[in-house]
Design a protein. Structure first.
Ligand code: SF4
Length: 361
């Protein structure tokens, strides 16, 4: 390829800021695709096999938009379950559509070290590995900052006195994060943002409703794909907890076998073997939510996702045996905010009535 490399990648939440910086430090030009919109999923759904899982459609649509905007290198991660063939199938589809580009698949098995080595070999072969390692360290630090700030946003958003005040702090943080150059700047910005959030006036009830969000990683982390369910829960006065983020994924990707063994032990007797992707984790987290006195769980499942479908009977059993509320949400290419809004409102009302003791466990 004689043109300069202009790299694109699929969107997932706000992590594009970290991915962009990794690529830039490694010497690549970056074309950030447009934010996920209805057009993205329409494009992805139009050119995907009908029954493929829905994150495939979102990420394909996002890659198409990146290539339309001038990218000539398309990057895709690969991992377990159907994620392991996203790259090959998406490359074939994009070529059939007439795009001229280099396709780069990164890191079979989802181990972050494999991703980094692949990235250096396939995207930045002229750049020394230590520089690429520095880029990844910086990008990881940015992702951790995003997770730390957004975790806090999820806890507080329902209780802001002035509507939009938390969103403003978060938006300012994301804008400034893009401009950071050193890891130290990232840390300082994270600290300053958490401090700013400390000063946002809140009106938190003594015992707020607490809900844990579990499910498949893409639909959990890309707000468009789950119809912004965390914001919807907050609108209904719910404190939202969500342990699955990039920080947790990366920390588990090293020592992954041990992580899987722990999950499998933790999910017994509901399942006694690893059921793939985040399925087992959804069960373990839900059991922890019951133990820790949460008011309910929201389970997010992409249409066509076998690991989360397999987790559902166990989750239903946990719900039945413990009289514990779980809202099951299936995210597909046609999901609409209006329909989900009604379900979330009803769920929050039910949790509130239950909390008041009208419905007894
Ligand atoms: S976890 Fe589910 S949605 Fe994600 S790639 Fe695997 S099968 Fe598809």
């Amino acid at each position: 390829m004689s043109d300069p490399r202009r790299l694109t990648f699929p969107h997932m939440g706000d992590y594009w800021i970290a991915v962009k910086r990794i690529a830039e430090i490694s010497g690549a030009e970056v074309v950030v695709p447009p934010r996920i919109t209805r057009r993205t999923i329409e494009l992805g759904a139009r050119y995907s096999p009908e029954f493929v899982c829905v994150p495939f459609k979102y990420t394909l649509g996002s890659l198409i938009e990146g290539l339309e905007n001038g990218a000539n290198v398309a990057c895709q991660l690969c991992g377990g379950c159907r994620f392991s063939y996203y790259a090959e199938v998406q490359e074939a589809i994009l070529r059939d559509l007439g795009h001229e580009f280099q396709f780069v698949s990164l890191g079979g098995g989802g181990n972050i070290l494999h991703v980094m080595m692949d990235f250096q070999r396939k995207v930045a072969p002229d750049v020394a590995l230590p520089r690429v390692a520095r880029a990844f360290r910086h990008g990881f630090r940015m992702a951790q900052a995003i997770d730390a700030v957004q975790q806090r946003v999820r806890l507080d958003r329902a209780f802001e006195v002035e509507p939009g005040s938390i969103r403003r702090v978060e938006a300012e943080f994301l804008r400034e994060l893009e401009a950071t150059v050193t890891t130290r700047q990232v840390l300082e910005l994270q600290r300053a943002t958490l401090d700013a959030l400390d000063h946002v006036p809140l009106s938190r009830p003594e015992r707020p409703l607490r809900v844990l969000v579990v499910g498949e990683l893409y639909v959990v982390m890309e707000p468009y794909s789950n119809c912004r369910i965390e914001e919807e829960l907050a609108r209904n006065g719910v404190e939202v907890h969500r342990p699955l983020d990039v920080t947790s994924l990366i920390s588990h990707s090293v020592g992954y076998r041990r992580h899987v063994a722990e999950l499998t032990r933790g999910s017994a007797p509901y399942v006694t073997h690893f059921i793939g992707a985040e399925g087992t984790e959804s069960i373990v987290r839900t059991l922890a939510a019951v133990r820790d006195g949460y008011d309910g769980v929201v389970h997010l499942k992409p249409f066509g996702c076998m690991p989360e479908v397999n987790a559902m009977p166990a989750l239903q059993r946990i719900s039945r045996e413990n009289t514990f509320p779980i809202l099951f949400v299936s995210c597909d290419a046609q999901s609409a905010e209006a329909g989900l809004r009604t379900r979330v409102e009803a769920f929050a009302d039910m949790l509130r009535i239950r909390e008041a003791g009208v419905i007894h466990a």
